[in-house]
Ligand binder design. Structure first.
Ligand SMILES: Cc1ncc(C[n+]2csc(CCOP(=O)(O)OP(=O)(O)O)c2C)c(N)n1
Ligand SMILES: [Mg+2]
Length: 386
């Protein structure tokens, strides 16, 4: 049988009929949670979490960080510390990262990841010195030599981590670079450039986004049209996943898997840790001006310490007596570190020039001289208390 088409009809339909549409690629983003906000397991736990002692160890760090954080804010409020960035609510995300990392890895922080840093040997008094405006706080005495100091210019730490991972790969070392960024930081070019580079060069780097829902006063909804921030990994050709960042077990598990993948030469990972900033952005901020009290209250119920403590209590691995004893021990350690901070004395005025350049440019050298000259005339030159 011969089929005849009206030529007019063909003119309009042929291009459509000729279009062959298949699926070029498919993606999905997983979300991992092991403990719900009430501390109930949502399924079988990973192997490390079957040892209560490991979980108690991580919980102890979370409490230590919170006791430190509370004290640091009190110091700022009483004029004994400069602006301070709290980590309230981020404890599981940060402690999970630090617990998974090996000493030979390198960490590239932003500005509130004390929970990682303390586990790597950064001292509490060093954190206080930094926020007290003292360069000596940027020079970690007992942390691994390749760990970087704080990075306040948003997202630049992603480049540093990517560069270090390039060096590790070039030297054929089984080391990984680990870095953290906020939800706001994912809008920066540095973020995308790093993901792209890490994908193209299959680098041993783990990128963690601590999605605490706010970038100072900018809410997540204004930051991105994406359903998840983890899916940004797809554009870089790297593996991406989302985890409950208030669940220490999920966080540690995701980090373990990402580091293992990197060490095996399988490249980079982007982990989006879903958490919430329970504090102001820094002590220079008042979040009540832009954030609903009800929203904060809702997130307080889901904060990370509650669920792991409840789970440990159910196991019989932790109780109120141990909690009190550990809180007292943490407070004593914090007090001892505050004493070191307070007795450090003012840094020499020229120190602000001394840590950036191997050879100080002429213009800055002149400013340094002028500073020294002024300081020599000032009553309150060197040696005062913080
Ligand atoms: C390049 C750059 N731009 C702007 C700032 C000012 N700034 C400091 S923190 C911040 C918001 C960061 O939010 P987010 O990335 O979500 O991290 P969070 O503080 O919530 O942990 C901004 C815009 C900066 N430090 N660096
Ligand atoms: Mg944020």
């Amino acid at each position: 049988m011969k089929i005849e088409f009206d030529p007019f009809f063909l003119f309009f339909l042929t291009p459509l009929e000729a279009r062959l549409r298949t699926i070029a690629a498919k993606f999905e983003i997983g979300h991992t949670q092991y403990l719900d906000p009430d501390g109930k397991p949502t399924g079988p736990l990973p192997r490390f979490a079957q040892d209560p002692a490991t979980l108690v160890g991580m919980y102890r760090w979370m409490v230590q960080v919170r006791v430190f954080d509370t004290k640091a804010i009190a110091l700022q409020r009483t004029g004994q510390l400069g602006t301070y960035a709290s980590c309230l609510g981020h404890e599981a995300a940060h402690v999970g990262i630090g617990a998974a990392m090996a000493r030979e890895d390198a960490f590239f922080p932003m500005y509130r990841e004390y929970g990682v840093q303390f586990q790597r040997g950064v001292h509490m008094h060093e954190v206080l010195l930094f926020w007290g405006g003292d360069e000596r706080g940027n020079c970690f005495k007992d942390a691994p030599a390749h760990d970087f100091p704080w990075c306040v210019p948003i997202a630049t730490q992603f480049h540093h981590a990517t560069g270090a991972a390039t060096a590790f790969k070039y030297r054929k070392q089984k080391r990984c670079a680990v870095t953290v960024i906020g939800d706001g930081g994912t809008s920066q070019g540095d973020f995308y450039e790093s993901l792209n580079c890490a994908g193209a060069w299959k680098l041993p780097v783990v990128f963690v986004v601590c999605n605490n829902k706010w970038a100072i006063s900018v809410p997540l909804a204004a930051q991105t049209a994406c359903e998840t921030l983890a899916q940004k990994a797809i554009g870089g050709g790297i593996y991406g996943e989302q985890v409950d960042g208030n669940d220490i077990i999920a966080m540690r598990d995701a980090m373990d898997r990402a580091l293992k993948r990197s060490r095996k030469g399988e490249g980079a990972t982007l982990i989006e840790a879903m958490t919430y900033r329970l504090s102001d952005h820094t002590t220079a901020d008042d979040a009540r001006r832009y954030r609903d009290a009800a929203e904060v209250e809702d997130h307080k119920a889901k904060e990370p310490l509650i669920r792991i403590r409840k789970y440990l209590e159910t196991l019989g691995a932790w109780d109120a007596k141990q909690e009190q004893a550990w809180l007292a021990e943490c407070a004593a350690r914090v007090d001892a570190e505050v004493a070191i901070y307070k007795s450090a004395g003012k840094p020499p005025v020229e120190s602000m020039f001394d840590h950036m350049f191997a050879n100080l440019p002429e213009k800055l050298a002149r400013q340094r001289d002028a500073c020294l000259e002024l300081a020599s005339h000032a009553d309150d030159g060197h040696g005062g208390a913080h």
